[in-house]
Design a protein around this ligand. Structure first.
Ligand code: HEC
Length: 139
């Protein structure tokens, strides 16, 4: 009788411990590191120009050719590949562009307001973002 009670307690404890462990190690809000996915610039350009049903096209607010004279909400991204690495000290071009897409309010380009569409981080996959970064690096 005593023996069975101990066995039962042991089983209960084991089940409790086993079922709670996975929750404890589940990553919360994990974002894959920037360089884990290889980007495809052609796909990125497509997404930039046309967007997708759930995500507005970047081209709604950004020009990519210099000197078009058209007034848009966002900064002209012509030459962004050269500027990106100098925007935030210690942040390389790829990481800066990645952050600009996923967390646009974290750094505001001088002269611009916090008007960038803010939900790309939820709506675009890591592959989508990597593709966009690869495309912007060609500009
Ligand atoms: C609703 C308008 C809007 C849309 C849509 C938009 N942006 Fe922006 N974007 C802005 C504005 C405004 C800024 C400047 C303020 C800031 O830095 O967040 C900006 C800043 C940026 C910057 C930083 C530029 C620099 O010179 O440092 C990058 C890179 C960028 N956007 C990329 C994108 C990409 C890629 C997309 C599409 C996935 C996109 N944006 C969609 C408005 C927009």
């Amino acid at each position: 009788m005593h023996q069975r009670f101990i066995t039962l307690v042991f089983i209960v404890l084991c089940v409790a411990a086993c079922s709670s462990t996975p929750k404890g190690v589940m990553p919360t809000n994990a974002e894959p590191a920037v360089e884990q996915v290889a980007g495809d610039a052609v796909r990125g350009e497509e997404l930039f120009k046309n967007g997708r049903s759930d995500a507005p096209a970047c081209s709604t607010c950004h020009q990519t050719q210099s000197g078009t004279g058209v007034v848009v909400l966002g900064p002209n991204l012509n030459g962004i590949a050269d500027r990106a690495g100098e925007r935030i000290e210690g942040l390389e071009a790829v990481a800066y562009i990645h952050q600009s897409i996923v967390h646009p309010s974290e750094f505001l380009v001088q002269g611009y307001r916090n008007l960038m569409y803010s939900r790309y981080g939820e709506q675009l996959s890591p592959q989508d973002v990597a593709d966009l970064v690869a495309y912007l690096l060609t500009l």
